[in-house]
Design a protein around this ligand. Structure first.
Ligand SMILES: NC(=O)c1ccc[n+]([C@@H]2O[C@H](COP(=O)([O-])OP(=O)(O)OC[C@H]3O[C@@H](n4cnc5c(N)ncnc54)[C@H](O)[C@@H]3O)[C@@H](O)[C@H]2O)c1
Length: 249
């Protein structure tokens, strides 16, 4: 499939995991990819894997509003247009409520929620020109409460509602906004997951059942590409769950 020939696609968090798989997927379908990540090394590795030519890369910390504006402006300057924004950058961390520091909470909201907002806000004028669309990375943590994951759940629940609010605001002007809600995905994020000390094992088993078995990053990237494609022309404001049915009951 070459659904993105002639299109320019921005992907945040492209230095690893789902973001890298998403960048690879769009490039394999003909897009010029503007890849960004706070991790320069991971980003450079991704750039070396992309099919095609004319891709763009930039080190960006999405928690910084001006950095997001600069990244969008640099993409349009380098690539001439913007058709799709994929907000994938994010991180996780499991703690008992009393262990959550002010810094952890503020960083979680700044990266996982404010970063998505800043990128959407900066990209929207360009997406209005191309009748483009946005795909945000939420999580099963946006759908069900997860033990020891209050900050992450709050950030991803916010992503889902930001998605719906923007979908409503821009539907009549031709810009679609969707999200995906993966369960467990086999990436650095899940590989580095640490169980907090003295977990309530009965509660914790409910969290484990939400992340096992895991999807591969490419399976999530396939869904992101579908939502961003013209095949999903009538889908906006949706949060597509990709978790093997774990949150279905
Ligand atoms: N892996 C899972 O099970 C899972 C499930 C649901 C949702 N998600 C979400 O998918 C997204 C990607 O996660 P992943 O599993 O691929 O993890 P990952 O750790 O492999 O990749 C995350 C990437 O985001 C980048 N990043 C982190 N903070 C950033 C910042 N401030 N600015 C720019 N880039 C930043 C990291 O450097 C990294 O390259 C995240 O939003 C995560 O919450 C993951």
């Amino acid at each position: 499939m070459r659904r993105f020939d002639g299109k320019v696609v921005m992907v945040t968090g492209a230095g690893s995991g789902i973001g890298r798989a998403t960048a690879l997927r769009f490039a394999s379908e003909g897009a010029r990819v503007s890849a960004s990540d706070v991790n320069a090394e991971g980003l450079a590795a991704t750039m070396g894997m992309l099919d095609g030519a004319g891709h763009h890369s930039r080190v960006v910390d999405v928690s910084q509003a001006q950095a997001c504006r600069d990244a969008v402006a640099a993409t349009v300057a380098a690539c001439g247009r913007l058709d799709v924004l994929c907000n994938i950058a994010g991180f996780a961390g499991a703690y008992h409520l009393h262990e959550v520091t002010d810094e952890f909470w503020q960083r979680m909201i700044a990266v996982n929620l404010s970063g998505v907002f800043f990128m959407c806000q900066a990209a929207m004028p360009h997406l209005l020109q191309t009748k483009g669309n946005i795909v945000n990375m939420a999580s099963s943590a946006a759908i069900v409460g997860q033990v020891y994951n209050a900050a992450y759940c709050a950030s991803k629940g916010g992503v889902n509602m930001l998605t719906k609010a923007l979908a409503v605001e821009f539907a009549s002007r031709g810009v679609r906004v969707n999200a995906v809600c993966p369960g467990g995905v086999n990436t650095a994020l899940t590989q580095s997951f640490r169980v907090p000390e003295n977990p309530d094992l009965a509660l914790f088993s409910r969290l484990s059942s939400l992340v096992q078995p895991m999807a591969e990053p490419g399976e999530i990237a396939g869904a992101v590409a579908y939502l961003a494609s013209d095949e999903a022309r009538f889908i906006t404001g949706d949060s597509l769950t990709i978790d093997g049915g774990q949150t279905a009951s």
